[in-house]
Design a binder for this molecule. Structure first.
Ligand code: SF4
Length: 293
C-alpha cells in the first residue's frame, strides 16, 4: 500500500481499510496546524490507487467500509473522483460505506447532483474540520472560508443525503474573542444539523504562526478553566440533535455519545463539575504533551 507521511485515521473506526488517493492538504495554511507541513499536496498516480485496490481485494475482499486519505481527498472534481469510487466498487464489490475527512471548500466544486451520484457510489460520510462558525475566528486561524460558506456547502451535503461531522476547535479565538467564537459556532453548527459534532481543544504546537502570535502578544491562549467555560457556552447554545464527541483533555463523564439533546443537561452539568473541581493542572500537562492534532 502507498502511504505518505503520517497517516491520520478516524479513531472511531480503527479497523477500517485505508486508501490514499491524495497526499497532504491543498490548503496547509491553518495557523494552528502542523499535520502536513512536510508533505506537499499531490494527487496519487492512478496506477498507485489501482495497485492498492488490487492489494485490498486480496487482503480484505469482503470489505464494506473504507476511509479515503489524506487531509482532503474530496478536493478532486467529480470527474476525477467518480472513477476512483467506481474502481473501489469494482475491486471491493461489497462496499457500502466510503468515508473521508475533507475541507468545507472541497464541496464547492461539486453540484448537488454530483454529490448525489457520489453518494450512490458509496460516499456516505464526511468529516469537516470546520473549527468555528465565527468569521473573525475563521480569519484569525486562516481557515480560508467564512460562516456563509459553511452554511451553503453543508446545505448541499444535506440535500445530497451525505452525512457529515463538524468539529469545533475549543480555544481557537483566544481570550480576546472566546464568547463570540462559542456563540456563533453554536448558531452555525445548529443550522447545519450535522450527524456528529466533535470538539477538540487547541494545542499550540512549535513552529505554528499562532504560537508566534502568542510570543508577540497578539493572541492570548485560554487557560484550561477558560477552555471549559467556552465549551460549556458552545454546548448550552447548540440546538441540533446529533452525536456529540470530545477529544478534550479533561475527561468529564457523560460528554461523548449519541442523542446530544437528550444528554445536553448532563453534559453541561459535567462541564460545570470539571470547571469547579477538575484537575486542571493535569489537563494542562496532558495538553502540553500532545505532539499532533
Ligand atoms: S487543519 Fe486541516 S485544512 Fe487546515 S492545514 Fe491542517 S489539514 Fe489542512
Amino acid at each position: 500500500m502507498h502511504f505518505t507521511g503520517t497517516v491520520y485515521r478516524n479513531p472511531y473506526w480503527p479497523t477500517w481499510p485505508l486508501l490514499e488517493i491524495t497526499q497532504g492538504c491543498t490548503h496547509n495554511r491553518c495557523r494552528f496546524c502542523t499535520m502536513y507541513k512536510d508533505v506537499p499536496f499531490r494527487m496519487n498516480p492512478p496506477e498507485w490507487i489501482e495497485a492498492d485496490l488490487r492489494e485490498l481485494a486480496q487482503s480484505d475482499p469482503d470489505a464494506s467500509t473504507i476511509q479515503l486519505l489524506s487531509a482532503n481527498p474530496l478536493c478532486m472534481t467529480y470527474d476525477k473522483l467518480a472513477p476512483i469510487l467506481e474502481r473501489i466498487n469494482h475491486y471491493l464489490p461489497k462496499m457500502e460505506y466510503i468515508y473521508a475527512a475533507t475541507r468545507v471548500t472541497d464541496i464547492r466544486n461539486k453540484t448537488v447532483d454530483e454529490l448525489k451520484s457520489l453518494r450512490e457510489m458509496g460516499l456516505r460520510e464526511i468529516s469537516l474540520g470546520v473549527e468555528s462558525g465565527d468569521d473573525q475566528t475563521l480569519e484569525r486561524v486562516n481557515k480560508g472560508y467564512r460562516a456563509a460558506d459553511i452554511l451553503e456547502q453543508c446545505g448541499k451535503l444535506t440535500e445530497a443525503g451525505i452525512d457529515f461531522w463538524m468539529t469545533f476547535l475549543n480555544g481557537a479565538a483566544g481570550k480576546e474573542h472566546s464568547a463570540e467564537h462559542a456563540l456563533h459556532s453554536a448558531e452555525i453548527f445548529s443550522r447545519c444539523k450535522p450527524m456528529t459534532v466533535g470538539t477538540g481543544g487547541l494545542v499550540l504546537f512549535p513552529g505554528t504562526p499562532l504560537l508566534e502570535d502568542v510570543a508577540r502578544g497578539t493572541f492570548t491562549p485560554l487557560s484550561e478553566k477558560e477552555m471549559l467555560i467556552e465549551l460549556k457556552t458552545f454546548v448550552e447554545n447548540l440546538t441540533c440533535d446529533c452525536a456529540f464527541i470530545t477529544h478534550h483533555t479533561v475527561s468529564g463523564r457523560n460528554l461523548t455519545g449519541p442523542d446530544f439533546l437528550r444528554r445536553k443537561d448532563r453534559i453541561v452539568a459535567s462541564l460545570e463539575h470539571e470547571i469547579r473541581h477538575g484537575d486542571l493542572d493535569r489537563a494542562a500537562a496532558v495538553r502540553r504533551s500532545k505532539r499532533s492534532l
